[in-house]
Design a binder for this molecule. Structure first.
Ligand code: NAD
Length: 499
């Protein structure tokens, strides 16, 4: 059995705790490797090493840091197949989905090549007699990234890329479900020219995370994962004076207006509802058709499409639409929520509770499910299921549909399908949700915009990637200077002269 490692000072390094977690192949249900779980002492040692490496990296000029990013893009493209295979083997998603995961991470690294442009300060010439004023952005120092299982390449790259480009050192704690790709990416960064020690990977669970949160060295924490943990991380990190951005769960609604192109809407729901087995924070998990006629017609279009979905292991090739979910616990939780939905009176239109794949009976597969006539009081509506389950909530009007999306505690993403510009514009303007799609099902912003939800989907104020990430990973310093120094000749500093 393979024993995975940490990545410390540029080298794959065995764990010293003697405590290990199991990493599964979700398609077969077999344990494929052992992951060392770092102790608090091991984590603190890694943080101290990162702190030792950071000053030289922070003093490296931004164009050199940008060049490391440029080299990293080349290396990731070189190793794309190898990375995608390792990702699918631990996560379970199909190879095209794994490549998408890597690609969306890569795009943020491409954005980070522009670090010199992003880090330029501001300058006011002659704010007063002989007085100039300028601001600069300086790295925070050492930052911690605590990441989820569902995008094991994209999520770390969204955080590590900008943090490094800004001159910080990073201690990454990947998900214990699929840690191999983050380790491989750390190795590639060193090959790309990143000095050893600037990017450290420590594997583990709550013990390692809490050491990061309580460390006096760590200056900023980025977290992505479920809402209860996001809330916990945010309060514990900020209690010790750290800057924190914590992104949580989601329940994304897609509103289908009576004038929408229903074939387009149904195709969108298939991709957004069942892609990556629903394990996406931008998955559409609630369809809200407006009017019974729209609802009936939509269900009629969805059912054959869902029945055509091919579920299987990533090794079965490109024509598998979705793989297994990540763990046995996730599989059992999803199935039990489906049962609860039936007990609570929702109509299970596509029922795959007995799903099994020949030769993969021990894999963590869940077939695609479709519910109709779901109501807001049901558990399947309130909770993030994070599986291949689409719930339909019928709304009587546009206002009712909008209110549903707005009243839900999560506010990550939403979408509307309509041919009416007024309705689309009204929706985008009024909805209290961070990312909105108009005739686009998964409105994931590109690298040069920013990504973040509202309400219980985000704790903190600056978003992921785009300009916000350069703000999050830097502190602004503003300098006021007078040359020649008038203080010698003129005595007191004269603020009045600056009015
Ligand atoms: P999770 O909350 O279980 O774990 C995330 C990280 O937190 C892991 O590294 C884990 O080791 C750590 N962790 C777990 N329990 C902890 C505890 N008690 N104390 C300290 N650390 C702990 O999330 P997950 O299952 O890996 O990821 C899925 C979730 O992530 C979903 O809710 C999904 O919506 C969300 N997500 C959100 C976004 C976003 O941008 N909003 C993006 C991707 C995923």
């Amino acid at each position: 059995m393979q024993e995975l490692t940490h990545f410390i000072d540029g080298k794959m390094t065995k764990g010293a705790s003697g405590r290990f977690g199991d990493v599964f192949n979700p398609a077969t249900g077999e344990v494929q490797s052992k992951l060392p779980m770092a102790t608090a002492d091991e984590t603190n040692d890694v943080i101290a090493r990162a702190a030792a490496a950071q000053p030289a990296w922070g003093a490296t000029n931004p164009q050199k840091r940008g060049r490391v990013m440029m080299a990293m893009v080349g290396l990731m493209n070189r190793d794309m197949d190898k990375l995608a295979e390792a990702l699918s083997r631990e996560h379970g998603k199909t190879i095209p989905d794994a490549k998408g995961d890597l690609q969306r991470g890569l795009e943020v690294i491409e954005y980070c090549i522009g670090a010199p442009q992003m880090l330029k300060g501001e300058f006011t010439d002659s704010a007063g007699p002989g007085i100039d004023m300028y601001s600069m952005r300086q790295p925070l120092g050492v930052v911690g990234s605590i990441m989820p299982f569902n995008f094991p390449a994209m999520m770390p790259l969204w955080h590590v890329g900008p943090a490094l480009a800004c001159g910080n050192a990073v201690v990454l704690k990947p998900s214990e479900r699929d840690p191999s790709v983050p380790l491989m990416l750390a190795e590639l960064f060193v090959e790309a020219g990143l000095p050893e020690g600037v990017f450290q990977v420590v594997n583990g669970d709550k013990e390692a995370v809490d050491a990061i949160l309580d460390s006096e060295i760590i200056q900023g924490v980025s977290f992505v994962g479920s809402t209860p943990i996001a809330q916990y991380i945010y309060s514990r990190a900020t209690a010790t004076g750290k800057r924190a951005q914590c992104f949580g769960g989601a329940k994304n609604h897609m509103i289908i207006m009576p004038d929408a192109n229903l074939d387009q809407a149904a195709d969108a729901l298939i991709g957004a509802g069942y892609g990556a087995a629903g394990e996406r924070c931008m998955a559409i998990s609630v369809a809200v058709p407006v009017g019974d006629e729209t609802a009936d017609a939509l269900i009629e279009k969805l059912v054959p499409r869902i029945e055509n979905l091919k579920v299987g292991p990533y090794t079965a090739g490109d024509d598998v639409d979705m793989g297994p979910v990540v763990t046995r616990e996730a599989q059992q939780r999803i199935l039990s929520l489906i049962n609860q939905g039936v007990e609570e009176g929702a109509e299970l239109v596509v029922d795959n509770r007995d799903y099994a794949i020949q030769g993969y009976e021990n894999g963590f597969f869940v077939g695609p499910h479709l519910f109709d006539k779901v109501t807001p009081d049901m558990e399947i509506y309130r909770q993030e299921i994070f599986g291949p389950v689409l719930s339909t909530v019928r709304a009587g009007s546009y206002e009712e549909a909008l209110k549903l999306a707005m009243d839900h505690e999560y506010g990550n993403g939403t979408a509307i399908f309509t041919r009416d510009g007024d309705t689309a514009r009204d929706f985008a303007s009024r909805v209290n949700i961070g990312m909105v799609g108009i005739n686009v099902p998964i409105p994931v912003p590109l690298a040069y915009h920013t990504f973040g939800g509202w309400k219980k989907s985000m704790f903190g104020d600056l978003n992921q990637h785009g300009p916000d990430s350069f703000k999050f990973y830097t502190r602004t310093k503003t300098v006021t200077s007078r040359w020649p120094s008038g203080i010698k000749e003129g005595g007191e500093f004269n603020f009045k002269a600056m009015d």
